[in-house]
Design a protein around this ligand. Structure first.
Ligand code: S3P
Length: 434
């Protein structure tokens, strides 16, 4: 099914909005709930295709999962050794998180399985997972070029390792920690820069001991998880579209409700504030081991900045829409140290540069980032290359465009943000879907 977005230029964003549940936390709630003992109750679960792909995979392992019913899910945990061999190839759809975390979890099971995904996922690098898991004695065979499909042979004698991540990746870190639950001895992962720590927090919430020391996190195999309740906050990565939209569109004033503001995820807030954005965190509180807040954003004049490189992993999914913020800022914005953007759901440096240029915005891609010169821009036709966040970023760009924008290939918005068109329309974006 092809989906095209058509946007009229202008408008402002107003009102109180609750965006769907956090994708990273939703995936992990199913994974850990499934291998826990007892029933895990999840609320606020993301009913998007990526999280549903994870849910379907665990159903194929024989786990009973009720829901989702308006974000409520019940996972009937089968314990550490209770997963059963699936009867078919497991399809992770568009979801890199499903595939990479599953590799860690499946490496030490007493059965074999095969994982695949859609055209985008089958282009993404898996050697970063297979190589360190191999050091733990896992047997993971990739297709040509280290890409999916993957064959995983369950092994009984996994061993813990100490691993220094060559790239800042929460998916690789999480895969190793999940494998570490099934390995003999201790598995320690040291990251070059902080990345999202939902796996560590959620393991602790399930009663599994996690040692943290500076940039190193360790688990010791052989323990067990005890079911718990998980309140999934709204996804800051989805909220970011409205944060940028409200910042760039005069007259905007939105409050995003119950958003996860884990400090390993708030890089976009820091970057936007450095650009001059007016963002206020209200009613900060804890929900299920994660910090949450309501986020009020009002229009402000933005200025171009050099994005501090230490903020890159903390905003890694938000760059498509941050480039749109940069296009609306006075002066030049420079991003460096973000080569990981080239291996996301699309090559987000090239695809965003092409789209920005199609609208008449000066964008100069580099191997590890981009230089964007803020200016007035027109409309035009943009191709999202099936990347959900690229599609939504260009939809937000329409708030300040001089003419209509058409965005092709938008069906994958449903992977992370079901209901985007309706919610954005109700907040003031002039969007129609074909
Ligand atoms: C995620 C980690 C990040 C992020 C992805 C979700 C996770 O990927 O881009 O959307 O849930 O652990 P990397 O680990 O590849 O940076």
């Amino acid at each position: 099914m092809t989906v095209t977005y058509k946007l009229e230029p202008g408008g402002a964003l107003t009102g109180r909005i609750r965006v769907p549940g956090d994708k990273s936390i939703s995936h992990r709630s199913i994974m850990l709930g499934s291998i826990a003992e007892g029933i895990t109750r999840v609320s606020g679960f993301l009913e998007g295709e990526d999280a549903l792909a994870t849910m379907n995979v665990f159903r194929a392992f024989g786990v009973r999962i009720d829901g989702p019913e308006r974000g409520d899910v019940m996972v009937h945990g089968v314990g550490m050794r209770g997963l059963k061999a699936p009867h078919k190839m497991l399809d992770c759809g568009n979801s890199g998180t499903s595939m990479r975390l599953l590799c860690g979890l499946l490496a030490g099971q007493n059965f074999d399985c095969a994982l695949t995904g859609d055209d985008s996922l089958r282009q993404r690098p898996m050697q970063r997972i297979a190589e360190p898991l191999g050091q733990m004695r896992a047997e993971i065979v990739t297709a040509e070029g280290g890409r999916p499909p993957l064959k995983i042979t369950g092994v009984a004698n996994m061993r813990g390792i100490e691993y220094r991540l060559p790239i800042a990746s929460a998916q690789v870190k999480s895969a190793l920690l999940l494998a570490g639950l099934y390995a003999r001895g201790k598995t320690c992962v040291t990251e070059p820069a902080p990345t999202r720590d939902h796996t560590e927090r959620m393991l602790a919430a399930f009663g599994y001991p996690v040692e943290r020391n500076g940039g190193t996190v360790c688990v010791t195999g052989g323990g067990k998880l005890t079911a718990t309740s998980i309140d999934v906050p709204a996804d800051i990565s989805s909220a970011a579209f409205f944060m940028v939209g409200a910042s760039i569109a005069p007259g905007s004033d939105v409050t995003l409700e119950h958003v996860g503001v884990n400090p390993t995820r708030t890089g976009a807030i820091d970057i936007l504030r450095l650009m001059g954005a007016n963002i206020e965190l209200i009613n900060q509180r804890q929900a299920g081991g994660e910090p949450v807040a309501d986020i009020r954003v009002r229009h402000a004049e933005l200025r171009g900045i050099e994005i501090p490189v230490e903020l890159v992993p903390l905003a890694i999914d938000e760059f498509p829409v941050l480039f749109v913020a940069a296009a609306n800022a006075r002066g030049v914005t420079v991003l460096r140290g973000a080569e990981e953007l080239r291996v996301k759901e699309s090559d987000r440096i090239q695809v965003m540069a092409d789209g920005l240029r199609a609208l008449g915005i000066g964008a100069e891609p580099a191997a590890d980032g981009m230089r964007v010169t803020g200016a007035r821009y027109g409309g035009g036709v943009v191709d999202s290359h099936g990347d959900h966040r690229v599609a939504m970023a260009f939809a937000i760009a329409a708030l300040r465009a001089g003419a209509p924008i058409t965005i092709n290939d938008c069906s994958n918005v449903a992977t992370s943000f079901p209901g985007f068109v309706e919610l954005a329309d109700s907040a003031g974006l002039k969007i129609k879907c074909d």
